[in-house]
Design a protein around this ligand. Structure first.
Ligand code: SAM
Length: 285
């Protein structure tokens, strides 16, 4: 069964769009944007600009804004179009929808309603950065954006400490130096890392070094633009006393000394007895 325009089957099309260079769009994505009955976008202006660049007219077709703040309101309209047998193309502002971008609830609702969905894959900063970072790509973990506040950020980093995989983060230029410093403190100053900035754009930059070198560089040279941080596999770095102390303090705000000792010992791979004694001291002080 064809959609109203006839060219596309009914269903949701998750369309990846460029992360910088407007020509990084697939031919199939352009076909879908041209032929879908309904368009939906996180940022309707960005999608219109992209369509203009590629000579695709919106015509009389509806263009629905669908983002984090209006999802609950906009979803019924998209679902109604799908239920009516139409094809709907959804694009986030840049890159692949759902990857640190809206679209998850939409996708779930479409599946729950038994409607059809497909992907038009294409650019995503996480994959672009992995290919350029010079770090192993056989196992990687995409951790999205870390929390902004320093306590929760360190806690999140500690949770990733013993993963033997390349870690990939999205980060804002304002927080880059602080993030690298925190990572260096938690994961060890010598751990290899790469910062990929402004991928596919005029000022693309890939900078490799250790966590402490990169932290020092970006502290001195505040960056601009869009950033992916990659951290290489850990080498079983000895856990510092300061790190254990930090983790215990954090745990004690949520749990008893016993539970904190269990949690921190499991998280950092440090003997429970040592952690317990330290936790007792901290709890008393
Ligand atoms: N959905 C997108 C994707 O598939 O990559 C990611 C959207 S997320 C809201 C935006 C973040 O992705 C930026 O803050 C930055 O960390 C990263 N990013 C996007 N474009 C980038 C680029 N050209 N160079 C480096 N990082 C980029």
């Amino acid at each position: 069964m064809a959609g109203k325009n006839g060219a596309l089957s009914p269903g949701l099309y998750l369309v990846a769009t460029p992360i910088g260079n407007a020509r990084d769009i697939t031919l199939r994505a352009l076909d879908i944007l041209r032929d879908a009955d309904v368009l939906a976008a996180e940022d309707t202006r960005s999608l219109r600009r992209l369509m203009d660049i590629h000579g695709i007219a919106l015509g009389e077709r509806p263009l629905i804004a669908y983002h984090d703040h209006n999802g609950a309101k906009a979803r019924p309209r998209i679902l109604a179009a799908l239920e009516a047998g139409q094809s709907v193309a959804y694009a986030s502002e840049a890159g692949t929808p759902l990857i640190s971008d809206p679209g998850f609830d939409l996708m779930r609702s479409v599946q729950d309603a038994g409607l059809s969905a497909t992907t038009a894959p294409g650019p995503s900063a996480v994959i672009g950065a992995l290919t350029l970072a010079g770090l192993p790509t056989d196992r990687f973990l995409f951790a999205g954006f870390l929390p902004n506040a320093s306590g929760p950020r360190k806690k999140a980093l500690r949770g990733l400490l013993d993963l033997t995989a390349t870690l990939v983060f999205y980060e804002s230029p304002k927080r880059l130096a602080a993030m690298l410093k925190a990572a260096s403190e938690v994961m060890g100053p010598d751990r290899p890392a790469t910062v990929c900035r402004e991928l596919t754009k005029k000022f693309e930059e890939v900078r490799r070094g250790t966590l402490s070198e990169l932290a020092a560089f970006y502290e001195e040279t505040p960056p601009k633009g869009e950033i992916v941080v990659l951290i290489g596999k850990g080498e079983a770095v000895p856990v510092s006393e300061a790190l254990v102390e930090d983790a215990i303090k954090e745990a004690l705000t949520l749990m008893s000394v016993r539970d904190a000792a269990d949690t921190v010992s499991a998280q950092l791979g440090v003997k429970r007895r040592d952690v317990y004694q330290m936790a007792m001291k901290i709890a008393k002080s």
